[in-house]
Design a binder for this molecule. Sequence first.
Ligand SMILES: Cc1cc2nc3c(=O)[nH]c(=O)nc-3n(C[C@H](O)[C@H](O)[C@H](O)COP(=O)(O)O)c2cc1C
Length: 176
Amino acid sequence: MKSILAIGASSSRTSINRKLASYTANQVADCMVELLDLNDFEMPIYSVDKEEELGIPNEALKFKKQIQDADGIIISFAEHNGSYAAAYKNIVDWTSRIEGKLWEEKTLFLMATSPGDRGGQTVLASATSSYPRMGANVVSEFSLPSFYENFSDEGINDETLKSAFETQLSKYIQNI
Ligand SMILES: Cc1cc2nc3c(=O)[nH]c(=O)nc-3n(C[C@H](O)[C@H](O)[C@H](O)COP(=O)(O)O)c2cc1C
């Protein structure tokens, strides 16, 4: 059975991106889903000085192992001031010091959502452009605007958004 690593790129306990990543991973039939909690990967804020002092923390090694063990990875990004949430960026920075090609050539579905009408498009565009250079095979991307209007426990309510999501999901399923 294939395994999917689902990451809500936020450390918030009530993260809407964690909800979206979890929902999406659970749409893939016959696979095991591992839903990460970023709070399990809390490390000092990365700096070259901290790296010299501490070496690579166990949490970064653990994060790398989760990537290695997955067949596919789904990430939904929280957007903070147009970029990654600091807690997520810190994990990526530390883990990239083990090996620059962080994503191990895994197949990725990149997403973002926010309560606003831009749906985290800025952070999503940043990841879709830079992650292929970090060893990611990005096959699908989707931004969900206005999360609280467009998402419920049953999934995506708006028909146009739902159809766009399903197109990206099918492409992803074909590639893992
Ligand atoms: C420090 C901070 C900066 C934010 N910046 C943005 C932003 O640039 N764009 C945006 O759409 N939402 C922004 N928001 C609102 C987030 O989209 C919102 O908090 C969302 O719930 C974050 O996702 P999460 O629930 O998965 O953590 C910001 C929120 C915080 C706390």
